[in-house]
Ligand binder design. Structure first.
Ligand code: HEC
Length: 143
């Protein structure tokens, strides 16, 4: 008997499994746009108590912080083209919003990757000031 057989799984059980999957598919692959890069810059600037600085963001992005990798190691520099993961070689979509309409449109995704990548590169979470600076830099990159 198949695991999805209606005899083993009454309708309401089956539906409770299928509906969330259907919703996830409708929401699109792996991200749900709920914000814009400009809104996220405002959010971090407000938390930092100062607007993001393009020059500070560029410098933060391109240099190492005591370990092997910089942000640019995976995202490329300037991050206007696809990056390449420094250890797996996997393609990474361009980070600069003018070159990638999906960049920074999902606040949970941005938070998750900032947390993870800052731990890899800076050995701690990035501060709101550092996030605002990086995003100000990324938003300054234009075709
Ligand atoms: C070891 C490789 C690696 C390094 C180094 C790295 N990243 Fe990433 N980063 C990734 C990958 C992989 C993704 C996910 C890309 C995707 O799924 O589109 C990502 C995504 C992100 C995102 C999400 C962007 C969005 O659209 O919301 C942010 C923010 C980010 N990285 C910031 C940083 C910062 C800041 C640094 C340096 C402190 C950094 N990353 C260094 C691999 C890396």
């Amino acid at each position: 008997m198949s695991p999805l057989s209606p005899v083993r799984f009454p309708l309401f059980h089956g539906a409770s499994r299928v509906v969330p999957i259907a919703l996830a598919l409708l929401a699109g692959p792996a991200f749900a746009a709920d914000t814009t890069a400009a809104e996220q810059l405002d959010r971090w600037s407000a938390q930092a108590g100062a607007p993001g600085r393009v020059d500070a963001g560029r410098s933060f992005f391109n240099r190492t912080h005591g370990s092997e990798w910089s942000c640019a190691s995976c995202h490329g520099t300037p991050p206007t083209e696809a990056g390449k993961h420094a250890s797996t070689g996997k393609r990474i979509a361009p980070m600069a919003p003018a070159f990638n309409t999906h960049a920074f449109t999902d606040s949970a995704k941005a938070d998750k990757w900032f947390r993870r990548n800052c731990k890899d590169v800076v050995s701690r979470e990035c501060s709101a000031t550092e996030k605002a600076d990086v995003l100000a830099y990324l938003l300054s990159l234009k075709p």
